[in-house]
Ligand binder design. Structure first.
Ligand code: 5GP
Length: 206
């Protein structure tokens, strides 16, 4: 069995990370989603423990102080963090763990987890990105402007990632990510005893 690994998906607000991750998760049962903690207020359709763990500033600070985050960052106007325990347990079980996080968080992971795979999701154009944020209708005018100007800064970090995927059509973006996963599954370093498994009666099961 191949080892589990972290699949880090970043991209500016409006690139469609949420939609793409959901479509990917619906299609596959070998990926688990890491639910982040945040101090952001829930949007009308969001459920605590499903979309995020919605915390107060004090609760977030306490988790951070106790070393319970794999990474954490201040994004736009709120704190976000990846709970460590869940991620480590799932990797141990051989799962692919999907982290939908910003570039600051991705850089922290890159420093500490050499075997993670980093994908940057791009909108087809920046005009389309702005349309998507506005159309979502969940942010104030001020928030929209913050997210849009942050999007330009985030694009500077695409060179830190292993792969980029353009989210023009969700279905195509998902296919691209699946191709990346398929290649990563075949990476020699993710397997033990390849020779031995080919020599066994059951064949390759490494
Ligand atoms: P939103 O408020 O739109 O749900 O997320 C805002 C940004 O925070 C997005 O770029 C999202 O990927 C990022 N984000 C969500 N969870 C985490 C996390 O646990 N860590 C970090 N660093 N960023 C996160």
């Amino acid at each position: 069995m191949s080892k589990g690994f972290l699949l880090v998906l970043s991209g500016p607000s409006g690139s469609g990370k949420g939609t793409v991750s959901e479509a990917l998760m619906n299609k596959r049962d070998d990926i688990v989603f890491s639910i982040s903690a945040t101090t952001r207020k829930p949007r009308p359709n969001e459920v605590n423990g499903e979309n995020y763990f919605f915390l107060t500033h004090d609760e977030f600070e306490m988790m951070k102080k106790n070393g319970e985050f794999l990474e954490s960052a201040f994004v736009h106007t709120n704190y976000y963090g990846t709970p460590k325990r869940f991620v480590m347990d799932e990797i141990e079980k051989g799962e692919i763990v999907l982290l939908e996080i910003d570039v600051q968080g991705a850089l922290q992971i890159k420093k500490n987890y050499k075997e993670a795979v980093f994908i940057f999701l791009l909108p087809p154009t920046m005009d389309e990105l702005r349309n998507r944020i506005v159309k979502r209708g969940t942010e104030t005018e001020e928030d929209i402007n913050t997210r849009f100007s942050n999007a330009f800064k985030e694009l500077d970090f695409v060179g830190e990632y292993d792969f980029f995927v353009v989210n023009d059509e969700v279905e195509n973006a998902v296919k691209d990510i699946e191709a990346i996963i398929a290649a990563e599954r075949l990476r020699v370093k993710r397997h033990k005893d390849i020779k031995l498994s080919v020599m066994s009666k059951e064949g390759k099961k490494c």
